[in-house]
Design a protein around this ligand. Structure first.
Ligand code: LM2
Ligand code: CA
Length: 457
Protein backbone atom coordinates (compact mmCIF):
# COMPACT_ATOMS: atom_id res chain seq x y z
CA UNK A 1 0.00 0.00 0.00
CA UNK A 2 1.22 3.48 -0.77
CA UNK A 3 1.02 6.13 1.91
CA UNK A 4 -1.88 7.76 0.06
CA UNK A 5 -3.75 4.47 -0.02
CA UNK A 6 -3.12 3.60 3.59
CA UNK A 7 -5.66 6.25 4.55
CA UNK A 8 -8.39 4.21 2.96
CA UNK A 9 -7.34 0.77 4.29
CA UNK A 10 -10.68 -0.81 5.12
CA UNK A 11 -9.95 -2.80 8.30
CA UNK A 12 -12.72 -5.35 8.86
CA UNK A 13 -15.47 -4.58 6.35
CA UNK A 14 -19.08 -5.50 6.97
CA UNK A 15 -21.43 -5.84 4.02
CA UNK A 16 -24.83 -4.61 5.24
CA UNK A 17 -26.39 -5.79 2.01
CA UNK A 18 -29.88 -4.41 1.37
CA UNK A 19 -30.03 -2.40 4.60
CA UNK A 20 -31.63 1.02 4.14
CA UNK A 21 -29.56 4.14 4.85
CA UNK A 22 -31.32 4.97 8.08
CA UNK A 23 -30.59 1.50 9.43
CA UNK A 24 -26.96 1.55 8.29
CA UNK A 25 -26.51 4.88 10.07
CA UNK A 26 -27.93 3.50 13.29
CA UNK A 27 -25.82 0.34 13.05
CA UNK A 28 -22.66 2.41 12.56
CA UNK A 29 -23.39 4.41 15.70
CA UNK A 30 -24.67 1.64 17.92
CA UNK A 31 -22.70 -1.43 16.83
CA UNK A 32 -20.08 -1.08 14.11
CA UNK A 33 -18.12 1.85 15.50
CA UNK A 34 -18.02 0.59 19.10
CA UNK A 35 -16.99 -2.89 17.89
CA UNK A 36 -14.11 -1.59 15.78
CA UNK A 37 -15.37 -2.44 12.30
CA UNK A 38 -13.23 -0.44 9.87
CA UNK A 39 -15.80 0.00 7.15
CA UNK A 40 -19.27 -0.77 5.98
CA UNK A 41 -20.16 -1.81 2.44
CA UNK A 42 -23.59 -0.62 1.30
CA UNK A 43 -25.83 -1.62 -1.60
CA UNK A 44 -26.10 0.38 -4.86
CA UNK A 45 -27.40 3.87 -3.93
CA UNK A 46 -28.35 4.97 -7.44
CA UNK A 47 -31.83 4.97 -8.92
CA UNK A 48 -32.67 1.57 -10.39
CA UNK A 49 -35.34 -0.30 -12.24
CA UNK A 50 -38.17 -1.17 -9.85
CA UNK A 51 -39.91 -4.49 -9.42
CA UNK A 52 -41.92 -3.03 -6.58
CA UNK A 53 -40.32 -5.02 -3.80
CA UNK A 54 -40.86 -8.49 -5.24
CA UNK A 55 -37.17 -9.16 -5.90
CA UNK A 56 -33.76 -8.03 -4.63
CA UNK A 57 -32.03 -7.95 -8.00
CA UNK A 58 -33.66 -4.85 -9.47
CA UNK A 59 -30.91 -2.82 -7.75
CA UNK A 60 -28.42 -4.38 -10.20
CA UNK A 61 -30.24 -2.67 -13.10
CA UNK A 62 -29.28 1.02 -12.88
CA UNK A 63 -31.65 3.54 -14.46
CA UNK A 64 -29.61 6.66 -13.67
CA UNK A 65 -27.03 7.84 -11.14
CA UNK A 66 -29.33 10.03 -9.06
CA UNK A 67 -29.33 8.83 -5.44
CA UNK A 68 -33.01 7.94 -5.23
CA UNK A 69 -32.98 4.23 -4.48
CA UNK A 70 -35.16 1.82 -2.54
CA UNK A 71 -32.80 2.44 0.41
CA UNK A 72 -33.44 6.18 0.69
CA UNK A 73 -32.68 9.49 -0.97
CA UNK A 74 -29.51 11.56 -1.18
CA UNK A 75 -30.14 13.31 2.13
CA UNK A 76 -30.56 9.97 3.91
CA UNK A 77 -27.45 8.65 2.17
CA UNK A 78 -25.41 11.69 3.26
CA UNK A 79 -26.70 11.36 6.84
CA UNK A 80 -25.61 7.73 6.81
CA UNK A 81 -22.09 8.54 5.58
CA UNK A 82 -21.75 11.25 8.22
CA UNK A 83 -23.04 9.02 11.01
CA UNK A 84 -20.67 6.23 10.03
CA UNK A 85 -17.72 8.60 9.88
CA UNK A 86 -18.62 10.03 13.26
CA UNK A 87 -18.49 6.45 14.56
CA UNK A 88 -15.09 5.88 12.94
CA UNK A 89 -16.45 3.64 10.18
CA UNK A 90 -15.56 4.18 6.51
CA UNK A 91 -18.14 3.66 3.77
CA UNK A 92 -17.74 1.53 0.64
CA UNK A 93 -20.37 1.65 -2.09
CA UNK A 94 -21.39 -1.16 -4.43
CA UNK A 95 -21.17 0.52 -7.86
CA UNK A 96 -22.90 -0.99 -10.87
CA UNK A 97 -21.07 0.50 -13.84
CA UNK A 98 -20.81 -2.30 -16.42
CA UNK A 99 -24.39 -2.02 -17.54
CA UNK A 100 -27.77 -0.35 -17.20
CA UNK A 101 -31.13 -2.16 -17.29
CA UNK A 102 -32.25 -5.21 -19.19
CA UNK A 103 -35.93 -4.66 -18.56
CA UNK A 104 -38.43 -2.38 -16.91
CA UNK A 105 -39.64 1.13 -17.49
CA UNK A 106 -39.99 2.75 -14.08
CA UNK A 107 -37.56 3.41 -11.28
CA UNK A 108 -37.78 3.95 -7.54
CA UNK A 109 -37.14 7.63 -8.18
CA UNK A 110 -40.01 7.89 -10.65
CA UNK A 111 -37.83 8.26 -13.75
CA UNK A 112 -38.93 6.95 -17.15
CA UNK A 113 -36.49 5.02 -19.33
CA UNK A 114 -36.24 2.08 -21.68
CA UNK A 115 -33.43 -0.38 -22.36
CA UNK A 116 -30.63 1.59 -24.16
CA UNK A 117 -32.39 4.89 -23.52
CA UNK A 118 -31.88 6.80 -20.29
CA UNK A 119 -32.93 10.42 -20.92
CA UNK A 120 -30.25 12.93 -19.99
CA UNK A 121 -27.65 10.22 -19.41
CA UNK A 122 -27.22 7.52 -22.07
CA UNK A 123 -28.62 6.71 -25.51
CA UNK A 124 -28.24 3.69 -27.77
CA UNK A 125 -24.80 4.80 -29.06
CA UNK A 126 -23.37 4.64 -25.50
CA UNK A 127 -23.68 0.85 -25.50
CA UNK A 128 -21.54 -1.83 -27.10
CA UNK A 129 -23.02 -2.57 -30.51
CA UNK A 130 -23.95 -4.52 -32.44
CA UNK A 131 -25.33 -6.14 -29.32
CA UNK A 132 -24.56 -9.74 -28.42
CA UNK A 133 -25.23 -11.94 -25.40
CA UNK A 134 -22.55 -13.66 -23.32
CA UNK A 135 -22.73 -17.43 -23.83
CA UNK A 136 -21.45 -19.87 -21.22
CA UNK A 137 -18.75 -21.02 -23.62
CA UNK A 138 -17.39 -17.48 -23.87
CA UNK A 139 -16.03 -17.64 -20.33
CA UNK A 140 -13.61 -20.36 -21.39
CA UNK A 141 -12.23 -18.87 -24.54
CA UNK A 142 -13.40 -15.37 -25.39
CA UNK A 143 -12.51 -12.50 -23.09
CA UNK A 144 -13.70 -9.99 -25.68
CA UNK A 145 -17.25 -11.36 -25.63
CA UNK A 146 -17.28 -11.58 -21.80
CA UNK A 147 -16.46 -7.87 -21.70
CA UNK A 148 -18.35 -6.51 -24.71
CA UNK A 149 -21.49 -8.62 -24.90
CA UNK A 150 -24.48 -8.46 -22.52
CA UNK A 151 -24.49 -10.20 -19.14
CA UNK A 152 -27.97 -11.73 -18.71
CA UNK A 153 -29.35 -9.26 -21.30
CA UNK A 154 -28.27 -6.18 -19.35
CA UNK A 155 -27.51 -3.25 -21.69
CA UNK A 156 -23.69 -3.23 -21.81
CA UNK A 157 -22.11 0.20 -21.50
CA UNK A 158 -19.41 1.08 -24.00
CA UNK A 159 -16.79 1.63 -21.33
CA UNK A 160 -14.26 2.31 -24.08
CA UNK A 161 -16.01 5.60 -24.82
CA UNK A 162 -14.76 8.83 -23.38
CA UNK A 163 -18.30 10.03 -22.70
CA UNK A 164 -19.31 6.87 -20.83
CA UNK A 165 -16.11 6.89 -18.78
CA UNK A 166 -16.83 10.51 -17.92
CA UNK A 167 -20.38 9.77 -16.74
CA UNK A 168 -19.27 6.81 -14.62
CA UNK A 169 -16.41 8.79 -13.09
CA UNK A 170 -18.74 11.71 -12.39
CA UNK A 171 -21.07 9.36 -10.50
CA UNK A 172 -18.24 7.88 -8.45
CA UNK A 173 -16.73 11.32 -7.79
CA UNK A 174 -20.09 12.55 -6.60
CA UNK A 175 -20.07 9.72 -4.07
CA UNK A 176 -16.54 10.66 -3.06
CA UNK A 177 -17.70 14.26 -2.58
CA UNK A 178 -20.41 12.94 -0.27
CA UNK A 179 -17.66 11.31 1.80
CA UNK A 180 -17.56 7.79 0.40
CA UNK A 181 -14.21 6.05 1.00
CA UNK A 182 -14.27 3.06 -1.31
CA UNK A 183 -16.05 1.05 -3.98
CA UNK A 184 -16.99 -2.51 -4.82
CA UNK A 185 -16.98 -2.70 -8.60
CA UNK A 186 -19.90 -4.91 -9.58
CA UNK A 187 -19.35 -7.22 -12.57
CA UNK A 188 -15.74 -6.02 -12.96
CA UNK A 189 -14.98 -9.18 -14.92
CA UNK A 190 -17.23 -7.80 -17.63
CA UNK A 191 -15.27 -4.56 -17.98
CA UNK A 192 -11.83 -4.79 -19.55
CA UNK A 193 -8.96 -3.90 -17.20
CA UNK A 194 -7.99 -1.16 -19.67
CA UNK A 195 -11.41 0.45 -19.46
CA UNK A 196 -11.58 0.11 -15.69
CA UNK A 197 -8.08 1.53 -15.34
CA UNK A 198 -9.07 4.53 -17.47
CA UNK A 199 -12.15 5.11 -15.29
CA UNK A 200 -10.04 4.79 -12.14
CA UNK A 201 -7.61 7.39 -13.46
CA UNK A 202 -10.48 9.92 -13.46
CA UNK A 203 -11.41 9.31 -9.82
CA UNK A 204 -10.80 11.87 -7.13
CA UNK A 205 -8.65 10.95 -4.15
CA UNK A 206 -7.55 7.37 -3.61
CA UNK A 207 -10.62 5.36 -2.76
CA UNK A 208 -10.24 1.73 -1.67
CA UNK A 209 -11.31 -0.47 -4.59
CA UNK A 210 -12.29 -4.12 -4.66
CA UNK A 211 -13.40 -5.68 -7.90
CA UNK A 212 -15.87 -8.47 -8.41
CA UNK A 213 -13.95 -10.82 -10.69
CA UNK A 214 -15.31 -14.29 -10.03
CA UNK A 215 -12.58 -16.89 -10.49
CA UNK A 216 -13.23 -19.81 -12.78
CA UNK A 217 -10.59 -22.40 -13.61
CA UNK A 218 -9.11 -21.92 -17.07
CA UNK A 219 -11.28 -18.92 -17.86
CA UNK A 220 -10.21 -16.28 -20.36
CA UNK A 221 -10.66 -13.45 -17.83
CA UNK A 222 -8.68 -13.96 -14.64
CA UNK A 223 -8.70 -12.02 -11.33
CA UNK A 224 -4.92 -11.51 -11.59
CA UNK A 225 -5.51 -9.24 -14.60
CA UNK A 226 -7.14 -6.69 -12.28
CA UNK A 227 -4.70 -6.45 -9.39
CA UNK A 228 -3.00 -3.41 -10.92
CA UNK A 229 -6.25 -1.48 -10.40
CA UNK A 230 -7.11 -2.58 -6.89
CA UNK A 231 -8.08 -5.54 -4.74
CA UNK A 232 -10.17 -8.43 -6.01
CA UNK A 233 -13.07 -10.23 -4.34
CA UNK A 234 -11.58 -13.68 -3.74
CA UNK A 235 -14.36 -16.16 -4.51
CA UNK A 236 -12.19 -19.24 -4.02
CA UNK A 237 -11.80 -18.40 -0.32
CA UNK A 238 -15.43 -19.06 0.59
CA UNK A 239 -15.59 -22.17 -1.59
CA UNK A 240 -12.59 -23.64 0.26
CA UNK A 241 -13.96 -22.74 3.68
CA UNK A 242 -17.22 -24.45 2.83
CA UNK A 243 -15.33 -27.63 1.85
CA UNK A 244 -13.35 -27.63 5.08
CA UNK A 245 -16.10 -26.68 7.51
CA UNK A 246 -18.37 -29.35 6.07
CA UNK A 247 -15.38 -31.75 6.25
CA UNK A 248 -12.30 -31.67 8.46
CA UNK A 249 -10.89 -28.30 9.47
CA UNK A 250 -7.52 -29.72 10.56
CA UNK A 251 -6.33 -29.21 6.96
CA UNK A 252 -6.62 -25.44 7.38
CA UNK A 253 -3.14 -25.43 8.91
CA UNK A 254 -1.72 -24.81 5.42
CA UNK A 255 -4.56 -22.59 4.15
CA UNK A 256 -3.31 -19.88 1.82
CA UNK A 257 -2.68 -19.01 -1.79
CA UNK A 258 -1.19 -22.46 -2.47
CA UNK A 259 -4.72 -23.83 -2.13
CA UNK A 260 -5.59 -22.31 -5.47
CA UNK A 261 -6.73 -18.89 -4.35
CA UNK A 262 -6.80 -16.55 -7.33
CA UNK A 263 -4.80 -13.62 -5.96
CA UNK A 264 -2.31 -13.07 -3.13
CA UNK A 265 -3.28 -12.09 0.41
CA UNK A 266 -2.37 -8.43 -0.13
CA UNK A 267 -4.78 -8.17 -3.09
CA UNK A 268 -7.66 -10.21 -1.74
CA UNK A 269 -10.91 -9.16 -0.14
CA UNK A 270 -12.19 -12.37 1.44
CA UNK A 271 -15.63 -13.46 2.63
CA UNK A 272 -17.44 -16.57 3.79
CA UNK A 273 -20.35 -15.61 1.54
CA UNK A 274 -21.95 -12.74 -0.35
CA UNK A 275 -25.42 -12.17 -1.78
CA UNK A 276 -24.77 -14.27 -4.86
CA UNK A 277 -22.90 -17.19 -3.28
CA UNK A 278 -25.32 -17.57 -0.35
CA UNK A 279 -28.05 -18.27 -2.92
CA UNK A 280 -26.21 -21.04 -4.78
CA UNK A 281 -27.52 -24.51 -4.28
CA UNK A 282 -25.89 -26.30 -1.36
CA UNK A 283 -24.52 -28.85 -3.82
CA UNK A 284 -23.00 -26.29 -6.23
CA UNK A 285 -19.22 -26.38 -6.48
CA UNK A 286 -19.11 -22.60 -6.41
CA UNK A 287 -21.56 -22.30 -3.54
CA UNK A 288 -20.62 -21.28 -0.02
CA UNK A 289 -21.84 -21.57 3.52
CA UNK A 290 -24.58 -19.14 4.50
CA UNK A 291 -26.50 -18.16 7.63
CA UNK A 292 -28.68 -21.26 7.29
CA UNK A 293 -25.64 -23.36 8.35
CA UNK A 294 -25.96 -21.82 11.83
CA UNK A 295 -23.04 -22.60 14.15
CA UNK A 296 -20.88 -23.90 11.29
CA UNK A 297 -21.28 -20.58 9.47
CA UNK A 298 -20.31 -18.69 12.57
CA UNK A 299 -17.19 -20.83 13.05
CA UNK A 300 -16.08 -20.16 9.47
CA UNK A 301 -16.41 -16.43 10.13
CA UNK A 302 -14.42 -16.77 13.36
CA UNK A 303 -11.70 -18.46 11.32
CA UNK A 304 -11.78 -15.68 8.71
CA UNK A 305 -11.24 -13.01 11.36
CA UNK A 306 -8.52 -15.00 13.12
CA UNK A 307 -6.47 -16.30 10.19
CA UNK A 308 -4.18 -13.87 8.37
CA UNK A 309 -5.29 -13.89 4.73
CA UNK A 310 -6.74 -11.01 2.77
CA UNK A 311 -9.07 -8.29 4.01
CA UNK A 312 -12.15 -9.81 5.66
CA UNK A 313 -15.68 -8.85 4.69
CA UNK A 314 -18.43 -10.03 7.06
CA UNK A 315 -21.88 -10.44 5.48
CA UNK A 316 -25.11 -9.36 7.20
CA UNK A 317 -28.42 -9.18 5.41
CA UNK A 318 -32.03 -10.43 5.35
CA UNK A 319 -33.26 -14.00 5.79
CA UNK A 320 -34.88 -15.69 2.79
CA UNK A 321 -36.46 -18.86 1.51
CA UNK A 322 -37.22 -17.73 -2.04
CA UNK A 323 -33.93 -17.00 -3.81
CA UNK A 324 -35.34 -14.07 -5.78
CA UNK A 325 -37.40 -12.59 -2.98
CA UNK A 326 -36.67 -9.00 -1.95
CA UNK A 327 -35.91 -7.62 1.51
CA UNK A 328 -38.68 -6.47 3.87
CA UNK A 329 -40.25 -3.46 2.19
CA UNK A 330 -43.32 -1.23 2.00
CA UNK A 331 -44.89 1.34 -0.34
CA UNK A 332 -43.82 -0.25 -3.59
CA UNK A 333 -40.53 -1.81 -2.57
CA UNK A 334 -38.86 0.77 -0.35
CA UNK A 335 -36.79 -1.19 2.15
CA UNK A 336 -38.05 -0.93 5.72
CA UNK A 337 -35.85 -0.45 8.75
CA UNK A 338 -33.73 -3.39 9.82
CA UNK A 339 -35.24 -5.21 12.78
CA UNK A 340 -32.85 -7.61 14.47
CA UNK A 341 -35.51 -9.39 16.49
CA UNK A 342 -38.29 -10.33 14.07
CA UNK A 343 -36.37 -13.07 12.24
CA UNK A 344 -36.35 -11.19 8.93
CA UNK A 345 -32.74 -10.03 9.18
CA UNK A 346 -29.65 -12.02 10.16
CA UNK A 347 -27.85 -9.09 11.86
CA UNK A 348 -24.83 -11.35 11.67
CA UNK A 349 -22.52 -8.33 12.10
CA UNK A 350 -23.59 -8.35 15.76
CA UNK A 351 -22.43 -11.91 16.27
CA UNK A 352 -18.90 -11.05 15.16
CA UNK A 353 -18.24 -7.93 17.25
CA UNK A 354 -15.87 -9.70 19.65
CA UNK A 355 -13.90 -11.21 16.78
CA UNK A 356 -13.56 -7.80 15.15
CA UNK A 357 -11.77 -6.69 18.31
CA UNK A 358 -9.64 -9.82 18.06
CA UNK A 359 -8.74 -9.03 14.43
CA UNK A 360 -7.74 -5.49 15.35
CA UNK A 361 -5.66 -6.64 18.31
CA UNK A 362 -3.62 -9.25 16.42
CA UNK A 363 -2.67 -7.25 13.32
CA UNK A 364 1.03 -7.59 12.55
CA UNK A 365 1.42 -10.98 14.23
CA UNK A 366 1.73 -14.39 12.66
CA UNK A 367 0.25 -17.78 13.39
CA UNK A 368 1.93 -19.91 16.04
CA UNK A 369 1.21 -22.81 18.39
CA UNK A 370 -0.95 -24.59 15.81
CA UNK A 371 -2.61 -27.66 17.17
CA UNK A 372 -5.48 -29.86 16.08
CA UNK A 373 -7.07 -33.08 17.25
CA UNK A 374 -6.60 -34.82 13.92
CA UNK A 375 -10.17 -33.99 13.02
CA UNK A 376 -12.41 -31.04 13.52
CA UNK A 377 -10.79 -29.08 16.32
CA UNK A 378 -8.05 -26.55 15.63
CA UNK A 379 -6.32 -23.95 17.77
CA UNK A 380 -3.61 -21.39 17.13
CA UNK A 381 -2.21 -18.21 18.49
CA UNK A 382 -1.44 -14.88 16.83
CA UNK A 383 1.90 -13.88 18.29
CA UNK A 384 1.43 -13.06 21.96
CA UNK A 385 -1.70 -11.03 21.20
CA UNK A 386 -4.46 -13.56 20.67
CA UNK A 387 -5.36 -17.23 20.72
CA UNK A 388 -8.34 -19.07 19.29
CA UNK A 389 -9.77 -22.60 19.38
CA UNK A 390 -12.41 -23.63 16.87
CA UNK A 391 -14.33 -26.80 17.62
CA UNK A 392 -16.25 -28.03 14.59
CA UNK A 393 -16.82 -31.42 16.24
CA UNK A 394 -20.22 -32.57 17.40
CA UNK A 395 -18.92 -33.00 20.94
CA UNK A 396 -17.00 -30.81 23.36
CA UNK A 397 -13.21 -31.05 23.59
CA UNK A 398 -11.16 -30.43 26.75
CA UNK A 399 -7.41 -29.94 26.47
CA UNK A 400 -4.48 -28.04 27.80
CA UNK A 401 -3.49 -25.61 25.06
CA UNK A 402 -0.43 -23.44 24.60
CA UNK A 403 -1.87 -19.97 24.05
CA UNK A 404 1.27 -17.84 23.94
CA UNK A 405 -0.52 -15.14 25.94
CA UNK A 406 0.66 -13.50 29.16
CA UNK A 407 -0.82 -15.01 32.30
CA UNK A 408 -4.24 -13.69 33.22
CA UNK A 409 -7.95 -14.25 32.89
CA UNK A 410 -9.45 -13.25 29.57
CA UNK A 411 -13.07 -13.13 28.40
CA UNK A 412 -13.99 -15.37 25.48
CA UNK A 413 -14.67 -12.82 22.73
CA UNK A 414 -16.13 -15.49 20.44
CA UNK A 415 -18.77 -16.50 22.96
CA UNK A 416 -19.27 -16.59 26.69
CA UNK A 417 -17.16 -17.44 29.69
CA UNK A 418 -13.49 -16.83 30.29
CA UNK A 419 -10.10 -18.53 30.08
CA UNK A 420 -7.34 -18.42 32.65
CA UNK A 421 -3.85 -18.55 31.20
CA UNK A 422 -1.14 -19.61 33.61
CA UNK A 423 2.39 -18.26 33.88
CA UNK A 424 3.67 -20.71 31.27
CA UNK A 425 1.12 -19.47 28.73
CA UNK A 426 -0.94 -22.64 28.86
CA UNK A 427 -4.60 -22.96 29.69
CA UNK A 428 -6.95 -25.83 30.27
CA UNK A 429 -10.01 -25.14 28.16
CA UNK A 430 -13.23 -26.92 27.37
CA UNK A 431 -14.47 -25.92 23.95
CA UNK A 432 -18.13 -26.87 23.58
CA UNK A 433 -19.36 -28.62 20.43
CA UNK A 434 -19.63 -26.37 17.35
CA UNK A 435 -18.25 -23.35 19.13
CA UNK A 436 -15.15 -21.23 19.45
CA UNK A 437 -13.07 -19.75 22.23
CA UNK A 438 -11.02 -16.66 21.42
CA UNK A 439 -9.00 -14.55 23.81
CA UNK A 440 -6.87 -11.50 23.21
CA UNK A 441 -4.80 -8.90 24.95
CA UNK A 442 -6.45 -5.61 25.80
CA UNK A 443 -9.51 -7.14 27.40
CA UNK A 444 -10.12 -7.96 30.98
CA UNK A 445 -12.51 -10.54 32.20
CA UNK A 446 -15.19 -9.55 34.58
CA UNK A 447 -14.16 -11.50 37.68
CA UNK A 448 -16.27 -14.62 38.00
CA UNK A 449 -19.10 -13.82 40.35
CA UNK A 450 -18.73 -15.28 43.80
CA UNK A 451 -21.25 -18.02 44.07
CA UNK A 452 -23.31 -17.54 47.16
CA UNK A 453 -24.88 -20.78 48.30
CA UNK A 454 -28.58 -20.29 48.67
CA UNK A 455 -28.99 -23.20 51.00
CA UNK A 456 -31.87 -25.68 51.03
CA UNK A 457 -35.34 -24.37 50.69
C1 LM2 B 1 -23.32 -9.12 -10.31
N1 LM2 B 1 -22.08 -9.21 -10.25
O1 LM2 B 1 -21.33 -9.35 -11.32
C2 LM2 B 1 -24.17 -9.14 -9.11
O2 LM2 B 1 -23.41 -9.52 -7.97
C3 LM2 B 1 -25.31 -10.05 -9.38
O3 LM2 B 1 -26.12 -10.21 -8.25
C4 LM2 B 1 -26.10 -9.46 -10.56
O4 LM2 B 1 -27.15 -10.33 -10.99
C5 LM2 B 1 -25.21 -9.29 -11.78
N2 LM2 B 1 -23.85 -9.12 -11.53
C6 LM2 B 1 -25.64 -8.05 -12.55
O5 LM2 B 1 -25.30 -6.90 -11.84
C7 LM2 B 1 -28.41 -10.08 -10.39
C8 LM2 B 1 -29.26 -11.35 -10.44
C9 LM2 B 1 -29.75 -11.63 -11.86
C10 LM2 B 1 -30.50 -10.41 -12.37
C11 LM2 B 1 -29.49 -9.24 -12.39
C12 LM2 B 1 -30.09 -7.95 -12.91
O6 LM2 B 1 -28.49 -12.46 -9.98
O7 LM2 B 1 -30.66 -12.75 -11.82
O8 LM2 B 1 -31.00 -10.65 -13.68
O9 LM2 B 1 -29.06 -9.00 -11.04
O10 LM2 B 1 -31.21 -7.57 -12.15
C13 LM2 B 1 -32.40 -10.40 -13.87
C14 LM2 B 1 -33.14 -11.65 -14.25
C15 LM2 B 1 -32.59 -12.19 -15.59
C16 LM2 B 1 -32.74 -11.11 -16.67
C17 LM2 B 1 -32.04 -9.85 -16.18
C18 LM2 B 1 -32.20 -8.68 -17.17
O11 LM2 B 1 -32.95 -12.64 -13.23
O12 LM2 B 1 -33.36 -13.34 -15.98
O13 LM2 B 1 -32.10 -11.57 -17.87
O14 LM2 B 1 -32.58 -9.43 -14.92
O15 LM2 B 1 -33.52 -8.37 -17.40
C19 LM2 B 1 -32.95 -11.81 -18.98
CA1 CA C 1 -19.10 -4.98 -20.40
Amino acid sequence: ETAANAASAPGVTVNLWNWNWKSVARECTDVLGPAGYGSVQVSPPNDSMSKGGSVWWDIYQPARYTLTSKFGDEAAFKNMVDACHAAGVKVQVDTVINHMTGQGATSYGGYGFSKYNYPGLYSSWDFHSPTCGIDNADYGNNAWRVQNCELVSLSDLNTGSDYVRGQIAAYMNKLTDLGVDGFRIDAAKHISPDDLGAIKSRLKGSPYIHQEVIYGQGEAVQPSQYTGIGDVDEFVYGRKLKEQFTGQIKYLQSFGQSWGLSVGSDKAMVFVDNHDTERKDASAGDGTLNYKYGATYKLANVFMLAWPYGKPNVYSSFTWSNKDGGPPSANGGFVTDTNCSNGQWTCFDREMTGMVGFYNAVQGTSVGNWTDNGGNLIAFSRGDKGWVAINNENGSVTRTFTTGLPAGTYPNVAGGGSVTVNSGGTASVTVPAKSAVAIRVGTSATPSPTVTPTGDK
